[in-house]
Design a protein around this ligand. Structure first.
Ligand SMILES: [Zn+2]
Length: 325
């Protein structure tokens, strides 16, 4: 018999609907989250297009990574800005959902995952009679692009370390360390909003992007101040948002990861390359159910198997994590 927690797949108990605007299109979108059968995964259905085509939320369906993560099932059949919704599914352990959407982009809401967490909590979750499948990392893989680095390392449990460094003095260097446990995603990452710089906004608009962007759905930084009257939701909201993005990007693997992720200045494109690199080496991963012998109480405090991706990144992230204890 399957038990609750980490071993059984989960879906929504009820369907639930929301609407909002697309960050880049500026158009109004209505989205409905529907319960789905075991082993469905996260699947989008474009109900505004002929035949209501499906788009799987998978790393190998990603077609555009300029500023957000877009999944596509061919010409014109795409869904953009999926990462904050995917992070909410990852953070709350939701395996199977059919997401009906009547436009090309997930609504941006407030620029974080918090509204999606609220929706999922309202819909409630149920266990399904199928074991959860985990992607176990067996060998370290690392991707670099200039100063950006992302790595996946073998570990018994999922954990995430992230570091950013920006010249803007309102951000500077920030480090986040995150482990999944009940309530932690909601408390520690979900409310962190996307962010941008004033000088980039005009440039993005000239490219036809960020038409729906405003102080309602992003933290906007000037040279030496934050333009949002309400300020920040966390002192280190910026790195927390990058960690949230990475969690969403990684969930495009098709299931939760048993392993450690480390990112340094990495974004959607590097995270996606990391998954392609992992899946290109069949000896680097295995799909597995949750180890039966493990005590589920122990799961949430496991600290072992920590192995940094690179000396400089690992030392900094570990020091920061220790300092935070
Ligand atoms: Zn984001």
């Amino acid at each position: 018999m399957l038990t609750s927690g980490k071993t059984a797949q989960k879906t929504l108990k009820n369907r639930i609907k929301c609407s909002g605007i697309g960050l880049h299109s500026g158009a109004k979108v209505t989205m409905t989250l529907n319960p789905a059968a075991p082993d469905t995964g996260i699947v989008f259905r474009r109900i505004d297009l002929p035949g209501q085509p499906l788009v799987r939320a998978r790393y190998d369906q990603v077609s555009d990574l300029r500023l957000c993560t877009t999944v596509s099932a061919g010409e014109g059949v795409m869904v953009g800005t999926v990462e904050h919704l995917m992070a909410a599914f990852a953070g709350l352990g939701v395996d199977n959902v059919v997401v009906e959407i009547d436009g090309p982009e997930v609504p941006v809401m407030d620029g974080s995952s918090a509204p999606f967490v609220f929706l999922i909590e309202c819909a409630d979750l149920i266990d399904q009679v199928a074991p959860r499948r985990y992607l176990k990392v067996l060998k370290p893989v690392e991707v670099r692009d200039g100063q950006a680095v992302a790595a996946l390392l073998p570990a018994d449990e999922f954990s995430l370390g992230f570091e950013i460094e920006f010249a803007n003095p309102m951000i500077g260097r920030q480090v986040a360390e995150f482990r999944l446990a009940p309530g932690r995603f909601k408390a520690e990452l979900a409310r962190a909003r996307t962010f941008g710089f004033v000088q980039e906004v005009e440039q993005m608009r000239s490219m036809g992007l960020a038409r729906g962007g405003s102080l309602e759905n992003a933290v906007v930084l000037g040279a030496d101040r934050i333009l949002n009257d309400e300020g920040l939701r966390y002192d280190d909201e910026f790195v927390r948002h990058k960690a949230l993005d990475a969690l969403g990007d990684l969930y495009l693997a098709g299931g939760p990861i048993l392993g450690r992720y480390e990112g340094c200045r990495s974004g959607h494109a590097v995270n996606n390359r990391l998954l392609h690199t992992l899946f290109a080496d069949k000896s680097a991963y295995a799909w597995t159910t949750y180890p039966k012998s493990r005590d589920l109480g122990e799961f949430f405090s496991a600290e072992r198997d920590y192995r940094p991706a690179s000396a400089e990144l690992g030392t900094r992230i570990r020091a920061a994590a220790e300092a935070a204890l």
